[in-house]
Design a binder for this molecule. Sequence first.
Ligand code: SF4
Length: 446
Amino acid sequence: MALTGLDIYKLLPRTNCGDCGVPTCLAFAMKVAAKQAALDECPHVSEESQEAAGAASQPPQKLVTIGSGDRALKIGNETVMFRHDERFHHPCGIALLVNDTDDLDARMETVRSLSFERIGQIIDVDTVALNCASGDGEKLQEAAGRIQTELSLPVVLIADSADKLRPAAEGLSDGRPLLWERGGPSDALVELAASAKLPVVVEGDLEKCDADTQKAKGAGVEEMVLCPGEVSPLETLQFLTVTRRATLRRTYRPLGYPVLVRAWAQDPVQQSLEGCHYVDKYAGIVVLEVDSPEYVLPVLVTRQGIYIDPQVPVQVEAKVHEINNPTETSPLIVTTNFSLTYYSVLGEVEASRVPARILTVDTKGTSVLTAWAADEFGPEQIKDAIEKSGVFDQLGEGYRKPIIPGLVAVISGELREELEQEVIVGPKEASGLGRFLNNEWPKLVG
Ligand code: SF4
């Protein structure tokens, strides 16, 4: 039977030392009860308590770490079927397929280039799936070593036998590569993974995965990643869904591991679409062969969207943002600190080529109308933000005329009184800003 937060709390030292990364023992107990943490993440919990809690205190899906250092990839440990139930915790890895016979410098440059900024966050290819196309384990090791050193990214090593994986697995074990023996793992690979303490891919249909994970666990392999192999997109989605349901709804631990899938379609658009579907439906790692931005970016954007915490609005810092080197005669645009709002405004201002300042008011990351309705974006808050930022000191006499969104034109009169300055009502949508700044603004200050 599942333990409650209070049951788990009674097993803890109750010193509130914070060494587990959570401020109190009660908060930590709640996380364990919600399957978001394992009891042994408390370094002070006694063996007796661990035994008493047993398997009930372990998250149903294993957390698997691939790679090391800042860019290590942590996948699994998910707790819900649907993002809106709570959130997804560990973003899946997006891996680019590289052959050890490729021009490695060129391929690494391609991986580096697949990095983009979107709503203030960097989204990029964060894993390399390195295939032993040469059939030579030493060559695989050499290529993997270069990728680990020069890109500092986690590596999935792919070969058709444990022998070919052995040199890289033993020589580069500090970098924690994921070992993928096609159709495996064989007994030899299980032995290798157990002795090197490395994660391993278990490939096959559900029955085979069920049997193989139990065998590998019995042999001492702790971290595993399931893989349905080369099957159709429909079968891949079925595999992803069934394993997630078995893990979360029935706490069936032999399938309680993250899943690696490859988008096999040859057509690049189809492959990109497959990748997006797999990201949405529970994949732990998606391997792509396509390497052009137009095919990879949609997959990265899908991952960014699905792994954002739906309960925490994405926001930018509340401050004055200077665009196109503004002067004391440049316009001051006022908006909220909701990321999507800010980046929509920013894009239009940059495209207009008009030097300007954007003042983002702290509305806890809500959009203009939502913030206004919640009393977070009214005359008082805007006046307060202007005064705290000191932005009027950067503007000449006659140019201290904040431009507010047309959606909240209703507050312009009150704001004018608060500021004792003229207030300009701008366009309702950010898309109107370019024309407004180039055509209307000069007349309003001229
Ligand atoms: S490390 Fe253990 S004892 Fe310390 S606060 Fe966390 S749960 Fe409590």
